[in-house]
Design a binder for this molecule. Structure first.
Ligand SMILES: Cc1cc2nc3c(=O)[nH]c(=O)nc-3n(C[C@H](O)[C@H](O)[C@H](O)COP(=O)(O)O)c2cc1C
Length: 434
């Protein structure tokens, strides 16, 4: 079946140390701005909708019960994405730029102000990837004794988003006058306190930032648990999901479009993206060899430590020859557990760890033409609106992005599956242009 609909593409990177020792990225350094600026420019030259930066404001201590493995290998050590997003925005003109910020950690007034500032500085090209955080370490860094229970984190997030939206609306759209003649900066009758008092948060308002170019930044979310989907269905403009098989993607699309309807929204009012990381070679054999090389280099321990961090539990004592038990008492990301307990039920933990170390989700491997075929087929079969590339982290990102930008995106554009120009001026306009 041929997909005629144009697809959206995003770059989901991180300012992380993960790939600090990657070969081939030696002219770039993960602690320097050039890397991130060049990533944003390159993604813009490929006409992607946005670059999103992941975040985790903590060094995990799940695997083995302490930070040692993560520190020794530079795993899950990230710079704060917000200043980087600001630099990416300044270096580009069209592409959206987004930061991950947690509703369990970041004070809401400060977030509303930060996102408002970024939206002004980028003339309406900002996205906020909302996470509720699944890391005990992050909660403890914030002074909390422990993580709140999974579903309550989403209850808190619902109230949080309600509050920040009210702050963004605390200036009426036409309140800012900048009228030099009359000497009036803004119409005070149109800028009001909000006096928000909820179960979890209180805030007076008004916001100290005038109305945002997009009114609200583009809201991105990735929760795939039932509660996570309900939250996204109420709040998100775009969801980003990891699914390992076509059937899981299909099931998710139909479930999530249903959740949008239940929330009283048009099922097409939120864009659904899936993670991909095509492994490409000029010939099928070259791509396969690269895959085999990635597989051989993937460390089981590294994958286990990464997965322990996402599930927020120590997996170092589990049997590597057995699959992950579906009833594992996970307090972290339930969606990650589902990835390996639904379609891939019988995959032993050793294989799961290999996949995690390779940052693999839905496997795509072959020539660029073949990878474009798979992307087209996957979208047509699942009803996805787009895909986000999920590289390995910082320095590794740019080497991989160069391959995607030069080998894959031109094919997708030639086939009319990816845009070749930006039609809107804000991120929201581009995201909803088709
Ligand atoms: C593509 C993708 C990107 C994500 N990025 C982050 C991130 O940067 N920081 C974070 O704390 N969680 C991140 N997550 C985790 C999600 O926010 C969420 O916690 C996870 O999908 C599990 O949600 P659930 O328990 O509702 O299924 C990401 C998840 C996905 C699928």
């Amino acid at each position: 079946m041929r997909k005629t609909k144009m697809l959206h593409f995003a770059w989901f990177g991180s300012a992380g140390a993960h790939a600090w020792n990657v070969q081939g990225g030696s002219s770039y350094e993960w602690l320097r701005s050039d890397l991130y600026v060049d990533i944003a420019r390159l993604a813009e030259r490929s006409f992607m909708d946005m670059v999103l930066l992941a975040d985790l404001p903590a060094i995990p201590a799940a695997y083995g019960g302490n930070n040692d493995f993560y520190v020794r290998h530079g795993l899950d050590i990230h710079l704060d994405p917000s200043p980087i997003v600001s630099m990416m925005g300044a270096a580009t003109k069209h592409i959206g730029v987004g930061a991950t910020l947690s509703t369990s950690l970041y004070p809401p007034y400060l977030l509303a102000r930060l996102m408002g500032t970024l939206d002004h500085l980028t003339s309406g090209r900002t996205a906020w990837n909302i996470v509720t955080s699944a890391s005990t370490m992050a909660a403890q860094n914030d002074g909390q004794d422990d993580l709140r229970p999974h579903d309550e984190r989403y209850d808190i997030a619902d109230e949080y988003v309600d509050l920040v939206r009210r702050l963004w609306d605390s200036w009426e759209p036409d309140s800012l006058l900048h009228d030099r003649e009359s000497g009036v900066f803004a119409d005070a009758s149109k800028v009001k306190p909000i006096h928000f008092a909820g179960k979890y948060f209180k805030s007076r308002g008004p916001l100290s930032v005038p109305p945002l170019p997009q009114r609200y930044p583009v809201i991105v979310q990735a929760g795939t648990s039932t509660r996570g989907q309900a939250f996204s269905a109420s709040n998100a403009d775009m969801v980003i999901a990891h699914k390992n098989t076509l059937s899981d993607m299909k099931a998710y699309v139909s479930q999530f479009r249903g959740a949008l309807e239940t929330a009283g929204r048009d099922p097409s009012s939120c864009k659904i993206f899936f993670s991909i990381k095509p492994v490409m070679g000029d010939t099928e054999q070259m791509a396969k060899d690269l895959w085999d090389q990635n597989y051989a280099n993937a460390s089981v321990e590294r994958g286990l430590s990464y997965l322990s961090g996402t599930l927020n539990m120590d997996l170092s004592k589990l049997d590597l020859n057995e699959p992950l038990p579906a009833d594992l008492p996970v307090s972290g990301m339930i969606g990650k557990l589902l990835q390996y307990t639904q379609a891939n039920k019988s995959m032993p933990l050793r294989e799961i760890a290999k996949h995690e170390a390779m940052y693999e989700t839905y496997p795509i491997c072959g020539t660029p033409e073949y990878c474009a075929d798979v992307i087209e087929y996957t979208a047509s079969e699942t009803g996805a609106d787009g895909f986000h590339f999920r590289p390995a982290g910082s320095v590794g990102d740019i080497c991989y992005l160069m391959t995607i930008a030069t080998k894959l995106m031109p094919i997708l554009q030639r086939r009319g599956l990816a845009r070749s120009s930006y039609s809107g001026s804000t991120l929201k306009e581009n995201l909803f242009a088709f």
